[in-house]
Every structure is written in structure tokens, then in C-alpha cells.
Design a protein around this ligand. Structure first.
Ligand SMILES: [Zn+2]
Length: 226
């Protein structure tokens, strides 16, 4: 039995960028509005939640969400997509291979540009990291970068069997380099942080590699790391 999700409450990061958090996975979803198009970044866990995200955004903006980027295949980010109609969708081709039933208009291999009208969103695959099909979204004019689960401020970084632990710090390096360390980075779970805080997480990840400390599996309660 599906339950009706709560109406998402959007909060503004800039005049053209908003975020909201949806439960039960505490996913941070993004909204970017240009003059011609409105872009939703990540869709929540269920079709009902995806529909609620798109409807609440449309109510706030006075026009519908017609662009969607899914940062990776995990169900808390991609599961809402079937509830969102009449939108063009971008997702990494490796992510799409994990959920072939999703309707995706633009499978991305390396990068794509989503023109929103007077504002652009750069969609970039920073290399295999949290999953084999991560995408980040740079809204350069607003100094905001959505980094998906490459960074987390609501818990420990999580892994699945597609995670590339060695590639992950390199991917974060390319995110910071590609954005000149400017502005705010919005994680897939938790509140936005600056480049210094992102690099602190990068250092923690890199430390695990020689010590072979396992990451928390996706969907599990994080253990207390000593
Ligand atoms: Zn994830």
C-alpha cells in the first residue's frame, strides 16, 4: 500500500535555485529555474514522491518542471521518476543500465548541457566513484553544484557493488577543479557545504584506501567508526 508523501517544502539557495529534503531516505532534491525551463535534480524514492516534488515545484514557480537530472541509479534518487510526466530526462548511461525500465531521453556518457533559458546546467560524469554512473550538476551562474552522493552531510558515505573507492577522491578533485572551489556544493543527503568541507570529506575517503576500511553499504545503518 502506498502512502501519500508529504508536500515538499522548497527553500531558496539563490534567486533561481532551491532545495528540499524528502523522507524516509532524507534525500536532498534540487530545483533550478531558468527563463524557459525548470530542472529538478533527483526524484525521491517512489513515483508518488516524484509527482509530489514536481507538483510542489510547479505550484511555487507557476509553471511545470520539464527537465530532470537523476544523479545516480539508487532508488532514493531515481525512484520518483515514473511519477513525473512530460519532462526531458538526463541520466548516466551506466546508471540507466541498472534500471532499464526508466524512461530517459538523454543517456549521458561524459557531459551534457541543459539550457534552461538565460541559465545553464552543466551535467558532468566525474568518473566512477559512489557508483559507476554518478552525475554532478553545475549551475555556474549561481555558484551552486549538486554533487549527488559523492558527498554526504547527513551520514557516512555509502557504497554498493559498483562503487569505485579509488576513483572517488579523484572524482571529488575534478568536481572542485571544475568549479574553481566556488560557492556551495549540495550533497545528495544533508545540507550544502563549501569546498573546504568537501575536501575534508575527500581526505577521509582517501584515508580509507590504504587502510582498506569498508564503506557503509547503501541502505544500512552506519556503524560507529572509531
Ligand atoms: Zn546513492
Amino acid at each position: 500500500m502506498s502512502t501519500i508523501p508529504e508536500t515538499p517544502q522548497w527553500s531558496a539557495l539563490t534567486a533561481r535555485v532551491w532545495t528540499t529534503t524528502v523522507e524516509p531516505e532524507s534525500v536532498t532534491c534540487g530545483l533550478v529555474a531558468g527563463e524557459d525551463h525548470a530542472l529538478l535534480i533527483d526524484t525521491g524514492s517512489t513515483p508518488d514522491q516524484g509527482r509530489a516534488l514536481a507538483m510542489s515545484a510547479a505550484r511555487m514557480l507557476g509553471r511545470r518542471v520539464d527537465r530532470v537530472v537523476v544523479t545516480h541509479h539508487h532508488s532514493d534518487h531515481s525512484g520518483g521518476l515514473p511519477g513525473i510526466s512530460a519532462a526531458e530526462v538526463w541520466m548516466h548511461e551506466a546508471a540507466l543500465a541498472h534500471c532499464p525500465d526508466l524512461h530517459v531521453d538523454h543517456p549521458v556518457s561524459l557531459m551534457a548541457y541543459v539550457d534552461l533559458g538565460g541559465l545553464g546546467a552543466e551535467v558532468i560524469h566525474p568518473g566512477p566513484a559512489h557508483t559507476d554512473g554518478d552525475l554532478i550538476v553545475i549551475v555556474r551562474d549561481e555558484n551552486i553544484t549538486f554533487v549527488g552522493d559523492l558527498v554526504e552531510t547527513a551520514g557516512e558515505p555509502q557504497s554498493d557493488d559498483t562503487t569505485n573507492v579509488r576513483g572517488w577522491p579523484r572524482a571529488i578533485d575534478s568536481v572542485i577543479t571544475g568549479t574553481d572551489g566556488a560557492g556551495l556544493y549540495v550533497p545528495g543527503h544533508g545540507h550544502p557545504i563549501d569546498a573546504t568541507a568537501v575536501m575534508a570529506q575527500r581526505a577521509q575517503l582517501a584515508e580509507r584506501i590504504p587502510m582498506d576500511i569498508p564503506l557503509t553499504p547503501v541502505g544500512h545503518i552506519p556503524p560507529q567508526l572509531s
